[in-house]
Design a protein around this ligand. Structure first.
Ligand code: GTP
Ligand code: SPV
Ligand code: MN
Length: 629
């Protein structure tokens, strides 16, 4: 009784205050879906958050235009020069809200050990008791936007759906680009379908007459996951993965649990199609690198070697399920790029530059005098600009004009090398999986696993120097298994076990992808990168492609750490690289490796009996091989 009275009250107030076509009540939702769980859940969130208005997002371009023009009118975002960058906008965040906040990210399982030492844990009941008072009335003075969305092509057997409510119109605009959001997605949620409920608020209610700010947020932040009920609640931040809940929260933390429960994989991986234009043969490759370690760049790379083509399926997240033929098929659950701006240039990533020419949202980059965007590494610095704080900036300022984690949000369909199958509900068959990290020493340019178990161990042993994509000390080395440390929604020891179990789950282990490890970031004694990277990485992709077709050790040579390229098998034609650099790139220093291994042993010990025996075996075998070396 009480509930329906309150909802009626909502409908009335919506109609009373905004009796125009521009505002909807929850009746709109009721007219669009017969899924009672969706309706009830949205009603409950409205009751809790107490927004002034409710808007059911349809995901149309008109809606995007309306929301962006309202934000521009209020002076909260800047419309970029339409002659240079049509339908594109710049937002400047609050300086305290610029990246994911791992210390405020929680996995709430009944049993602490199920979240694992890799996650911050709280009992779901306790967390709800903390969050409820925060969410209570958190949307006062604001509109609650309701966004039904599909992660992955609508109605694909690999896709899953969610409903996010948020009080940030900028988040809505981002979600429209990053996911398949709106009416189509809502239609795909049938009467009894389950969906992932995603509650989001910036945590900044407005009092009567209180003036709003450009980037509302709260110093208290909670990014919370309830894996046992597949649901998400995020409070206090409007930035990236904290707020676009389809991305890391759903597609990785919750989906990794769904994947564990149902025998598939949800991974922090790009997906690319690699074609040998001479033979016409094409293979799909997925690659996991930690945040800001080169996924977007590799996903849309322009090969420097002739006769090879790269096409993009995704640049950040990959869901893989077994097909009837026993192979792993992958989709990119996302619909857009949320890419790192600094370092993106016509030489490093021309395809990304092309993709962000229009219909793009920029966050925390610099604004030029002709109302366009700029960031470090894009081009020669402008004489003057407005930096990401909104202050006058010149090259003499001595500080970066763009925040190191400034980003662009652009539709994936605008990528000039988009793969023809990017939207295929069947997904694409994966031939190779690559792991990698940012390692200035120790790790060679490329090596290959002996088999699936060894490959799983290689993924587990991934470590990387910290970047600006998360809070923390830049450059510090941390273990980041499978590039999933911030994103695995359960105990990482169990996750290693899940990866190992894929071998038994597959009908035919020979059809599993081959596994590789790469490192573009090894440096010489003077701190210079040994490998030119970017387009030149196509040489490594070519070796990987050929290794997938090779019989036995063709093109490879055994080393204690795995197969490395045999002499002359890595195509270096036309590449200006010294013999010394090459030697250093592939050198395997026994002591450095033993050091890494002992650090890995220490890291793994925290998982106790949740660490699979096989990982232990792999560590022992590697140690033996190194000692014989
Ligand atoms: P997230 O979106 O945070 O998951 O990051 P990402 O993995 O997609 O990283 P991205 O491709 O945006 O690259 C981040 C940084 O790495 C940029 O500054 C690039 O310039 C740099 N980078 C990418 N590829 C290479 C490479 O091959 N060599 C070197 N030296 N730097 C690279
Ligand atoms: C990452 O940090 O890996 C990202 C950016 O892709 S965010 O969506 O903010 O997590
Ligand atoms: Mn990422």
């Amino acid at each position: 009784m009480l509930k329906s009275a309150i909802i009626k009250n909502y409908n009335n107030s919506v109609l009373l205050n905004h009796y125009t076509k521009r505002f909807y009540s929850i009746d709109t939702l009721k007219s669009k879906t017969n899924n009672k769980n969706v309706i009830n859940w949205v009603e409950e969130q409205a009751k809790l958050c107490k927004p002034d208005k409710i808007h059911i997002c349809d995901g149309s371009n008109e809606e995007f235009e309306r929301l962006t023009s309202e934000l521009v009118q209020k002076g909260f975002i800047t419309k970029l020069n339409p002659n240079k960058r049509p339908n594109s906008f710049l937002a400047r965040s609050d300086p305290s809200d610029v990246a994911r906040v791992e210390s405020s990210t929680f996995i709430c399982t009944k049993d602490k050990v199920d979240a694992g030492p890799n996650n911050n844990w709280k009992d779901p009941k306790d967390m709800k008791a903390t969050l409820n008072p925060l969410f209570d009335g958190c949307m006062k003075g604001r509109t609650m936007y309701v966004m039904p969305y599909s992660m992955g092509p609508i109605n694909s057997p690999i896709s899953h759906v969610g409903v996010q409510v948020t009080d940030s119109p900028f988040v809505v605009c981002n979600m429209k680009i990053m996911t398949r959001m709106g009416d189509e997605a809502l239609k795909s949620i049938k009467e009894n379908d389950k969906f992932v409920p995603c509650l989001h608020s910036v945590g900044a209610p407005l009092k009567e007459g209180q003036k709003d700010v450009a980037w509302p947020c709260n110093s208290k932040k909670y990014i919370v996951h309830y894996p046992e009920e597949y649901s998400i609640a995020s409070y206090g931040s409007g930035y990236g993965g904290n707020a676009l809940l389809g991305k890391k929260c759903f597609s990785l933390r919750i989906a990794s649990v769904m994947a564990r429960d149902n025998g598939w994989l949800a991974e922090h991986m790009l997906i690319l199609g690699l074609t040998n234009e001479i033979s016409g043969e094409k293979k799909y490759v997925a690659a996991a690198f930690p945040s800001a370690c080169g996924k977007t760049n590799l996903a849309m790379l322009t090969p420097t070697i002739p006769g090879w083509k790269v096409e993009t399926v995704g640049d950040d997240i990959c869901w893989m399920k077994f097909g009837k033929d026993g192979r792993l098929y992958a989709i990119n659950p996302e619909n857009g790029f949320f890419g790192v701006a600094p370092g993106t240039s016509s030489s490093s990533n021309p395809n990304a530059l092309e993709a962000i020419k229009k219909n793009t949202l920029f966050t925390n980059v610099a604004l030029t005098s002709d109302n366009d965007v700029w960031w470090e590494g894009l081009s020669t610095p402008p004489m003057k600009a407005v930096d990401w704080h909104g202050n006058e900036w010149s090259p003499q300022s001595g500080i970066p004009a763009a925040h190191p984690n400034s980003r662009f949000t652009a539709p994936i369909s605008q990528c000039p090398v988009i793969d023809p199958s990017w939207n295929d509900p069947k997904g694409v068959p994966i031939s190779a999986i690559i792991f990698g990290g940012r390692r200035s020493s120790t790790i060679p340019l490329v090596y290959q696993a002996f088999d699936w178990k060894h490959g799983t161990f290689m993924g587990a042993s991934t470590a990387s120097e910290l970047t600006a994509a998360a809070e923390g000390t830049l450059g510090q080395l941390r273990h980041d298994p499978f590039a999933m440390l911030p994103f695995c929604g359960y105990n990482m020891g169990d996750y290693f076990g899940h990866w190992l179990s894929m071998e038994q789950n597959s009908k035919d282990a020979s059809k599993l992808p081959k596994i590789f490890y790469v490192n573009w970031f090894r440096k010489n004694k003077n701190g210079k990168f040994l490998w030119p990277g970017f387009g030149e990485n196509s040489r490594v992709l070519k070796w990987i492609f050929e290794r997938c077709n090779a019989k036995g050790e063709e093109g490879a040579q055994q080393s204690p750490i795995g197969y490395i390229p045999a002499k002359k098998s890595l195509d270096l034609d036309g590449l200006d690289i010294s013999k010394d650099s090459l030697r250093e790139l592939f050198s395997i220093d026994k002591n450095e490796w033993l050091n890494d291994l002992s650090s890995m042993r220490k890291y793994c010990s925290q998982f106790g009996n949740r660490l699979p025996k096989e990982i232990e075996n792999q560590m022992n075998q590697l140690e033996n091989r190194l000692n014989e070396y």
